[in-house]
Design a protein around this ligand. Sequence first.
Ligand SMILES: Cc1cc2nc3c(=O)[nH]c(=O)nc-3n(C[C@H](O)[C@H](O)[C@H](O)COP(=O)(O)O)c2cc1C
Length: 352
Amino acid sequence: MQRLHLTHPVIQAPMAGGGDTPALVAAVSEAGGLGTIGAAYLSPQQILDAAAAVRAATTRPFGINLFAPLPAPQTPAEAEAAVAAVAPFCEELALPAPAMPNAPGKTFAEQVEAVLESGAGLFSVTFGLPGADVVAAVKAKGMLFAATATTVEEALAVEAAGADIVVAQGSEAGGHRGTFAAPFERAMIGTMALVPQVADVVSIPVVASGGIMDGRGIAAALALGASAVQMGTAFLTCAEAGIPEAYREAILSAKEDATRVTRAFSGRPARGIANRFMETIDAKGAILPFPLQNALTRPMRTAAAKAGRSEYLSLWAGQGVRLARRQGAAELMTRLAAETAEAIARLSSRKA
Ligand SMILES: Cc1cc2nc3c(=O)[nH]c(=O)nc-3n(C[C@H](O)[C@H](O)[C@H](O)COP(=O)(O)O)c2cc1C
């Protein structure tokens, strides 16, 4: 918190795909938290532009996040079936029939170059770890380096890679699972169980992530040994978040049992609110590996966002959805601070 000049132990989770607009990132940083740009799907120029937009709106530190480089995806035997499964949904939206997507060119190294020039105070990754050269370059720039872990073993690997911070992502979390050293089903550990077990074995600060929506959750995470929290879903319903209104409505009306972990949209397990596309594709089971499935479903998701059709959107959200509130980011930050102080005061006044 000192190195990032934070007055609240709150990191707005990077949310690649557009939810985390520069306005949201800047508002959170301006309020004393750490806004983070989810830059995984951005080109180097887009990363520089997003960072410049944040810097124009705040002089306070902010973060940038990428997906760690993954091995090139192999096209599976059921590739034709995966494309065919998406076709009826494209037809419903009057889109051309989907074609087999190409693997994207390797861009991680160029993205990192842009991150190094971005002026961000923190660089974080999920899905694994970058090479030692990247970690060294980030540190040479004076930036902090953070990586996501979903098991204790992964947290130890994050620490061994030289990270300054480990983000312990519980199974409640919205969006993609950060798991990189285990089958994802084995790494579905709840935040309550994961955070203290990670805090017991690492000597770097732990950031708790997954299902934290209000000050009670922040106080609980601090009690479990976390130094701060990383919250995604809670910021998606802020006015500054760049998501379609249909997505915001889906979160605000969702109950705690509404989300599932699915590979249907991107090819990688991610938690979102169940809808017709997710259920149909999961039932068929023919899904391309990440990021090919992501590319395959992108035209459909883009059209659905324009048309306000939530049954085709990847509605990434965590299990805390009932606690989502519609407000501005500054207002949310003020409420979080007051609620955290109140929860801590309430607990402090209890007799042990
Ligand atoms: C819409 C959305 C997009 C996300 N994108 C990213 C991302 O690009 N990088 C990342 O490290 N985590 C990403 N996450 C996961 C968050 O970092 C975090 O683990 C999660 O939001 C915590 O759970 P919560 O949503 O219940 O707060 C995303 C989460 C959501 C909801």
